[in-house]
Design a protein around this ligand. Sequence first.
Ligand code: CU
Length: 129
Amino acid sequence: MRRLAGLSLLCAVALAGCGGLKEGGLTPVGDEEAIKSPSKIQNAATVDMDEIAFSPGTIRLRPGGKVTWTNRDKVAHTVTVGNELYSSLNSGELEPGERYTRVFDKQRKIGYRCTIHPNMEGTIFVREV
Ligand SMILES: [Cu+2]
């Protein structure tokens, strides 16, 4: 799933870069947006924790939107924010198969990570548009 998503993003970048699909000098609408916003703004999003990574790593959420993390890995992970404003966001250790859900009300960029694996990071953008 993650490999597929990465591959289609690569394709989008490659196509926009070489302009191979441009016709009559027109850039197909949507290509640029696809590169700028790899995922659309959602009311609810799911993030898998797998192979020591959050997938997808970036989520775009409407205010009031909900994110559910599911640990599909073989080891425990946490969802812990590194930002004081959201210091209450801390799942504690999620064992394989466990889930954690949070609602985000304010427009903000939230960076979070797993406290067990320092390189395991994710970002949530909460905004109207
Ligand atoms: Cu982890």
